[in-house]
Design a protein around this ligand. Structure first.
Ligand SMILES: [Zn+2]
Length: 187
């Protein structure tokens, strides 16, 4: 067990929502991030089926509302960590990809590459549901090609999170490519 997860402990259990037979074990661990912030990670695991879920709750992140912008220009930038809270809007303007904020949106704690994989997965599902003669297919295939290029570190792009409530953040691999612009909270 790693040093960082040493404070992991089991808290309590409930019945599995997926198989309705197994019990869900919940484990919590507090992780120290490189910039001094702390995250609480809850792991839900069924002891009978494959049900598995992680929830991540930021404990000490600054709650400043603002626009976070990260320029990705090389493969190393793809490792930058991203946390998008449900109030955060995430965009890649060059590819016209957007995750709108919403109470039901998943918490995202991943890196830039993880975000690209999620977009690729969503676009692929959309592509597979189109008729073969659909006029949008060329454009969608082009988007999938660009996503693949981005995943491999061959495409320069911008990742932007707009969060009026605060709570989202980016931990850049290269701080010179990151910028934060404060915005006043919406009334
Ligand atoms: Zn189960």
């Amino acid at each position: 067990m790693s040093e960082k997860a040493a404070n992991s402990e089991e808290v309590f259990s409930f019945k599995c929502p997926a198989c309705k037979e197994g019990m869900i074990n919940i484990k919590k661990a507090i992780y120290d991030l490189p910039d001094g912030d702390k995250m609480l990670i809850l792991k839900f695991e069924c002891n009978s089926c494959n049900f598995y879920k992680n929830d991540i709750i930021p404990l000490t992140t600054n709650m400043k509302s603002g626009i976070m912008t990260l320029k990705i220009s090389e493969e190393n930038d793809l490792k930058s960590k991203i946390y998008r809270s449900p109030t955060g809007k995430l965009e890649i303007p060059e590819l016209e990809l957007i995750v709108e904020p919403g109470p039901r949106a998943d918490f995202y704690y991943t890196n830039v590459q993880g975000i690209l994989f999620r977009f690729e997965n969503a676009v692929s599902i959309y592509r597979n549901n189109l008729e073969e003669n659909d006029p949008d297919i060329g454009e969608i295939d082009n988007l999938l090609f660009n996503l693949q290029q981005a995943i491999e570190g061959n495409l320069k792009f911008t990742l932007k999170i707009t969060d009026f409530q605060g709570g989202s953040y980016i931990i850049p691999e290269d701080k010179s490519k990151y910028s934060f612009k404060k915005i006043e909270k919406e009334q």
